[in-house]
Each structure stands twice: as C-alpha cells, then as structure tokens.
Design a binder for this molecule. Structure first.
Ligand SMILES: [Zn+2]
Length: 545
C-alpha cells in the first residue's frame, strides 16, 4: 500500500507523517530517526532467523501483553543488541539463558547488554516480554497501530496496520527492513467467540479454561515486519484451490459472518488477479503459506499471505476510478493492488524505506497489467496514462536513506508511468514480461536496493538505464521534447533533463510511427508534414517553439 492515490488521502498522509518525522526536511532528522532507519552496530552483528510472537489481546481494555522470542545467528561477536518497541508500549523484562538482562532505553530503541558470550555462527535466542495499550490507529492504514472497532452486530472488529510507522508500534522486533526472519510463529490469545487470522497457516487452535482461545499461525517463508498482522473478528471462512504455476494453491477468504454471500461473489477478482499476476510476474511467492484475503475495518494493506481488505465490496477505489478512464471500475482496486504487493513488497522487499518505489511503482504498474491481461493493451494504456492526473512532481520518488524516510507519493502513478514508458523502450512485450518475472525469481524472498533493481533491468534489456532512472526517480523534472518544424525540417532536443539523458521516443511523422533519438543538443531531420504526434505511452512533455 499505502494507496496514497487521491489528493485527499495524500494530504492526510502529509499531516500524519509529520508527527512521525517522516517528511522532515533534509538535515532535520532526529537521532531517533537514525536509530530507527539505519543499520546500527547493535543491529548489524546479528541475523534474524526466527520470531515467536506470543501475545494476548484484551479488546475491552485495548491492551496487549506477551513476549517475542527472537532467534538469531551471530555474524560478529558483540554484547549489545538493539531491539525496537515504541511508546507507550513497555518492555517488562528481557531473558536470555534464564538470566534477566539489563536494558538501556533511548526513546523507541532499547539496548540490551547480553551476558552470554556471542560467538560467530551461534544460533541464540532472547525473550522480550512487554505490555501496554498500543497506539490506536485513527485513520488506518495511514497512521497505523491497532484499530479497535465494532462490526454492525456490536462485536469486536480488530486489526493491526503499521507500514512506515513500523511493527515496533505493537510488538518488539528488529524494526529495520533489511533483515527478515526466515520463518515465524504468531500465537494470539483472544476472547472466545472471536477468531484471529494472522499470516501463514493455522497450525493449531486451543480453547483455554478462562474463556479465551489461542490460535497459532505459522509463516513458512521470510516475512517483513510490517507484513505481520493480527485480525480479530466474528469471521467466517470459505476456500478454493487455485491450479497455479507451482501446483495447488489454497486461497482462503475470511470475512465478517454477515458478508459471506456478498464476498463469495465479489472475491472472484482474487482468482482473476492470481491468473494475471502469475502470467506477468511468475509463481505466487508463498504457496506454502497459502493466499488469504481478510476483511478489516480499514481500507487494506499488503500483509503477506493475509492481504487485508476493506474496500466495501465495491469496484474501483471505494467505488471511484483513480484513472478517470473508466477502466478503473473493472476491478476491485484493493484486491488487485494489495495482492500485487505479494510480488513487489513481500517477495522483493526494499532494504531502506527511501526505496519504497520498489513496492509501490511496480504495484501501481501491476494494475494496468491486470487490465492488459483481460482487456488488452489499449485499456492498459488508457488506465496508466489516466493516472497521470495524480502526479505532483514536487519531490523525488526516492526519499532519504538511513532515516526511515519514504519518498514522495509520486512513487505510485509516476512510478507506474515510468515503468510503462520503459515497456515502450524495450519494444518487446515478451522480453519485458521476462524481465518482470526475472526480477521475482532473481530476488526471490530477498531485500534489495534500488541499484540492484536498476542494474538488473539494464542488464536484461540491454539498455543502459542509469540516466533514465536518475531522471524519473531522483529528479522532479519531466523530460521535455522541444522542437520546431520549418521548411521541411524537424529540429528537436531534450530539455529539463539530467546529465546523460538521451531516451529515444516514438513519434508519428508523415503518417507513420518512427523513433527519434533526441539528446541535449539540437538534431535535425527532413520531414514532409508540418506536424508530429508524440506517442502518448511515453511519460514526457513536449513544446513546439
Ligand atoms: Zn501499495
């Protein structure tokens, strides 16, 4: 997500992110931002292998308590470990090898001094016990935290969301994206009569004596922290098996009991999504963990293998077409967009929040590929070009590194249009599809940098795209094709470009489509007509002088 796709919501994000310091101006970041956003020495020496998050949720008190057992491999000897947990949650004790350990607190970062020697290659575990009333999400998923809502029957309808803000808003962990656990067990105790749905597969459901139940959900694949979620409600479940590229895929749907019949009809988009995205991106990356859609009291989020859904069973984005082309009402935006993140966000995950475009640009782009699969190329072009109305070009797509800073909301529609432009440059749809599939197989279950993605695409397409990515990801200017037509001569050049930008572009000239190869310097060719038409699939500007 986060679906910052309308002006209204984008404004809301700006207002809210300020409270988290996410949009601070350059050099205005705090020590807390650095502790949260960088790979500190107290994080670097250990590699996450496994989490067992074990909590009790008390809806009446809006209270959670429990522990997270962190298992890790020692990469380098070090005796101080950083673990993150945000106020007002508190760590009550930390245990390793039956010994209680000292913790020094620095805001939301906690530094634990270990007593046991940490030797290279050792697999050790540490228990972080904690409790508190976690931050309540007022406008999930944009602000994040716990949503303590009620359904129409007055039953609890509870969910977590924490992208950007970080999972440490509700559970203690290594809250930096570069390091993912290999697998995870999520154990949640909640009042009887309600069902918890988390990530992965339900391994066991235990009825306790005190009118509570405990569900144990096991995630068999690497997972990023913000992808972990708890959803507690009066859920009913229905399932189907999808015959996909890797065999049988369980697709499970968890919805409020009143919405069962509606969901059975409306969620048909999920199978359509799976078919289109396996075609374009390769096998769904988490067959072992199944695919789930889980109804929640907010719009939605790409929680891994348990994508959350709150689009009110409407087509489009809450019933609106974000492209203005009409095509946006052919599908449920949240099902398609959030599930698209299973490939770009959950399979391929950014290491640093500054590179969030890797999640959002490709997933925004996936919306038009869904249309392409079912309605053809013109529909896909109409849609992605239509979304240009959401582009602002006020700040670069890439944010600042090492301070948990997201780039601008242009990572959505501008990023999608950048990739659509790239498809034109490749000029071979099958090759382009293999690039998208290759990204997912090459970086399977990995965290990556922008450079890795750029280099991969350049290598696979055989086009040096360094200046292209600099232009669209790191600059706010849109390349401008400046031209004049006089005396049977077309004179043209690029302006508003970064150093080295020389993207070729297709134009219609004398009634047929041709490539132009503009550079910063003027070039000329002979033409017969007195006008040219620039191919609309390229996201550029033009000016006749
Ligand atoms: Zn998204």
């Amino acid at each position: 997500m986060k679906n910052i796709l309308s002006l209204f919501f984008a404004l809301f994000v700006v207002l809210n992110c300020n409270s988290q310091g996410l949009l601070s101006e350059k050099n205005n970041f705090t020590k807390q931002d650095t502790l949260r956003g960088s790979i500190t020495p107290e994080r670097k020496w250990w590699d996450l292998t496994y989490y067992h998050l074990d909590i009790e949720v008390k809806p009446d008190e809006k209270f959670i308590s429990g522990k997270n057992t962190i298992q890790y491999k020692v990469l380098k000897p070090h005796q101080v470990m950083q673990v993150d947990l945000q106020e007002p949650m508190v760590i009550t004790k930390v245990i390793q090898d039956d010994k209680e350990l000292e913790v020094a607190h620095n805001g939301n970062a906690h530094f634990i001094t270990l007593k046991t020697d940490q030797n290279i290659g050792d697999i050790n575990a540490i228990e972080i016990h904690y409790k508190g009333n976690p931050k309540e999400a007022i406008r999930a998923p944009w602000d994040g935290g716990f949503s303590w809502k009620k359904d129409e029957n007055g039953k609890d309808f509870i969910a977590t969301s924490c992208q950007g803000l970080g999972a440490s808003v509700w559970w203690p962990n290594k809250d930096h994206m570069y390091d993912e656990v290999d697998s995870m067990l999520i154990s949640v105790t909640n009042p009887k009569g309600l069902t918890n749905v988390s990530n992965g597969r339900l391994r066991e459901l235990v009825e306790n004596d005190n009118n509570t139940v405990t569900s144990h959900w096991f995630v068999n694949n690497p997972i990023n922290n913000y992808g972990v979620n708890v959803n507690i409600a009066d859920y009913v479940n229905f399932s189907e098996v999808y015959e996909g590229e890797k065999g049988h895929l369980d697709m499970d749907y968890w919805v409020l009991s009143d919405n069962l019949e509606k969901a059975k009809e409306h969620f048909k988009d999920a199978q359509k999504m799976m078919k289109a995205f396996e075609h374009w991106f390769g096998p769904y990356p988490f067959y072992e963990d199944s695919f789930k859609l889980v109804e929640v009291p907010y719009l939605g989020m790409e929680h891994q293998s348990s994508v959350t859904y709150g689009n009110q069973y409407k087509k489009g984005y809450l019933g609106r077409d974000i492209s203005g082309s009409g095509w946006g009402l052919k599908f449920d935006f949240i099902i398609i967009h959030e599930a698209g993140h299973e490939w770009f966000a959950n399979n391929i995950t950014y290491k640093d929040a500054a590179d969030m475009w890797i999640h959002e640009s490709f997933t925004n782009y996936s919306e038009n590929l869904f249309l392409d699969y079912y309605y053809g190329k013109k529909a896909s072009s109409d849609y992605v070009i239509g979304t240009r109305l959401n582009i602002k070009n006020k700040k670069p797509i890439i944010g600042e590194y090492n301070v948990n800073s997201e780039g601008s909301s242009d990572m959505y529609s501008k990023g999608g249009n950048m990739l659509h432009t790239l498809r034109q440059l490749v000029e071979d749809d099958e090759k382009w599809r293999q690039v998208l599939r290759g990204l997912n197989s090459t970086f399977y279950h990995q965290t990556v940098t922008t450079k890795q993605v750029e280099d991969y695409i350049s290598q696979q397409t055989g086009i040096d795209l360094a200046a292209f990515f600099n232009q669209y990801l790191r600059d706010i200017r849109i390349p401008n094709l400046e031209y004049s037509i006089k005396n049977g001569e077309l004179k043209y050049r690029w302006t508003a470009i970064v150093k080295g930008f020389d993207m070729p572009i297709q134009i219609e000239i004398d009634g047929k489509s041709e490539w132009l190869f503009p550079k910063a310097e003027w070039k000329t060719i002979k033409i017969n007509s007195d006008s040219i038409k620039i191919d609309r699939d390229f996201y550029v500007k033009s000016k006749e002088i």
